[in-house]
Write a protein that binds this ligand. Structure first.
Ligand code: KG4
Ligand code: ZN
Length: 356
């Protein structure tokens, strides 16, 4: 049994977790700064990085105590190395390096977006591969083909806004605050999702592309009322209808392309991760579509859809198993990278060799 410490610090949340064999969560803890940033209307990078530096040592002590483990019980450290805010990433990567160097254990670099798909292993003994997965978060909307755990290939995505970004911007437009996704979902309850005819870019073509800039602009025009149209009455009913219509337009596009990806890649399983996968309308639509087509659907619990340390530990474990170990001079990157530099396992302990 291999216990992996996962450290996530790519944005405004510092999160750590101890996970056995990529699937069994022993303990997790997090320190979110979302409330602090609500007043700013978004994340302030320098403040986020400083907050993580202050929070991480205490979070690591907390997970060790709650798992009843000692620092020496950790077999490997997985860190979120990209993409993200560089100062935030640096704080988590540095914490991971210190522990790896001090204990002489492997350091594993994990891609944040791909880790959202790694989260499907949490609390699950078996996942049926191959599958196609959607990661819909604040900064990305990616479609992946996964041939096995940690074997992840990008096959499509958005050409402009991410789905979460569209939710956040729409919420700001409607005066609903930040983060926008949960606010839109709450406000959509009881609304008429057919009230506003909103565009669904690329919805019916045969490419694995999303575009959410158009639906956002269309909503703006309806709210402000140019082009000879009346501005939408933003009373309670109008707001509920606008949120429900906007939510449905996005969910429609996400589900359509996920199913198209399953068809094109001839897989029998689909997965969804990322903060937007907390959305109940999206979850229900994915589950219904999977049932209708006889596909297996993997949706992590909502707390593991949002940013968390367990997803980093999980994907880190599988990367380690593939021999992908980072050097201690690992440099985090603000933008994505195809994958961490792989190194043969001959000179490092693998998770199945001698770990208990
Ligand atoms: O994955 P995540 O926690 O952080 C990033 O990696 O970006 O995703 C955050 C995004 C935000 O844009 C937020 O508005 C969106 O996920 N989100 C939601 C919901 N909960 C969070 N979007 C729609 N419905 C939700 N319930
Ligand atoms: Zn994320």
């Amino acid at each position: 049994m291999a216990l992996v410490l996962g450290i996530e610090s790519s944005c405004d949340e510092a999160a750590v977790a101890l996970v056995h064999d990529g699937s069994r969560v022993a303990a997790e803890a997090e320190a979110s700064q979302a409330d602090d940033f609500a007043a700013w209307g978004g994340v302030v990078p320098e403040l986020a990085a400083r907050g993580h530096i202050a929070a991480l040592p205490g979070l690591i002590e907390r997970v060790l105590a709650s798992a009843g483990a000692r620092l020496e019980d950790i077999a490997a450290v997985a860190v979120c190395a990209w993409p993200g805010l560089i100062g935030s990433l640096l704080s988590g990567v540095t914490a991971g390096k210190v522990i790896a160097a001090r204990l002489g254990i492997p350091l594993i670099a994990v891609d944040h977006i791909q880790a959202h798909l790694g989260a499907i292993h949490l609390g699950r003994e078996r996942v049926a591969y191959p599958l196609v997965g959607l990661v819909a978060s604040g900064g990305h909307s990616h479609l992946y083909h996964c041939s096995g755990p940690g074997e992840i290939q990008l096959i499509g995505g958005t050409i402009d806004d991410a789905a979460g970004e569209a939710f956040d911007k729409a919420a700001a437009m409607l005066g609903l605050g930040y983060p926008g996704g949960p606010a839109i979902e709450r406000c959509a309850r009881g609304g008429d999702a057919r009230a506003l005819a909103l565009p669904r870019s690329f919805r019916n073509d045969d490419t694995l592309r999303f575009s959410f800039a158009g639906v956002k602009t269309a909503l703006l025009y309806r709210v402000r009322g140019p082009l000879g149209r009346d501005a939408l009455a933003l009373d309670e009913r109008g707001l509920r209808d606008a949120c429900a219509s906007f939510q449905l337009a996005i969910v429609d596009c996400l589900v359509a392309k996920l199913l198209l990806a399953a068809d094109l890649h001839q897989v029998r399983a689909i997965a969804v991760g990322g903060g937007v996968a907390c959305n109940t309308a999206l979850r229900s639509a994915v589950e219904a579509a999977a049932r209708g087509r006889g596909l297996e659907a993997y949706l992590p619990e909502p707390r593991h859809c949002a940013d968390n340390g367990a997803m980093i530990a999980s994907l880190g474990y599988f990367r380690w198993r593939r021999g992908e170990i980072a050097d201690l001079d690992l440099a985090p990157l603000p933008t994505g990278r195809v994958g961490p530099r792989a190194r043969p396992t001959s000179d490092v302990r693998g998770p199945t060799s001698g770990q208990t």
